[in-house]
Design a binder for this molecule. Sequence first.
Ligand code: ACO
Length: 163
Amino acid sequence: MNIRRARAEDLPGMQACNLRNLPENYTMKYFMSPFYLTYLYHCATWPSISYIAEDKGRIVGYILAKMEEETAEGEPPHGHVTSISVLRSYRRLGIAKKLMLRSQESMATIYRASHVSLHVRKSNRAALSLYRDTLGFEVRDIEQKYYADGEDAYAMRLTLEHD
Ligand code: ACO
């Protein structure tokens, strides 16, 4: 298993991984899909904070992240995890944890991010456990009907350490 920064040519593999795991978010395929456009924008703008996990050349997991740089006056920039997923047969091997830690480290060292934020469905027990129990994120807010199907989201945050 190799974890490395995402590159432009990884897009088809990342998209395949995404469509299998989170079909409700990105139903359109190919170059006009929200995932494709989001990926292109993220990788062009913040090329060092998105990562993939590959096994024998196949992408089995990814993290897609961005920086929120236009914050209120005086507030430091912070990172945001847009999407993370791992193929079903590769779960519970610590891949998502590694992807999160690599991205967080880059956010802190390259962009001096003060914290990292994300949204997660209230019903997503696996992801909630990863964020809260394994990585130490805290629930900051509940955003009502955040998802298109009406489910609420937890808005979560983790303060990043700096040397
Ligand atoms: N049930 C309970 N706890 C879990 C589960 C689960 N199914 N999966 C992970 N965890 C917790 C555990 O504490 C685990 O540690 P342990 O295995 O030592 O007990 C810890 O998270 C680390 O698990 P990883 O092995 O690193 O997680 P994995 O690589 O399996 O990926 C993920 C977790 C990304 C949530 C995966 O289940 C997945 O792809 N789900 C579908 C897509 C998804 O829901 N993505 C998150 C949406 S929110 C967003 O993108 C911001």
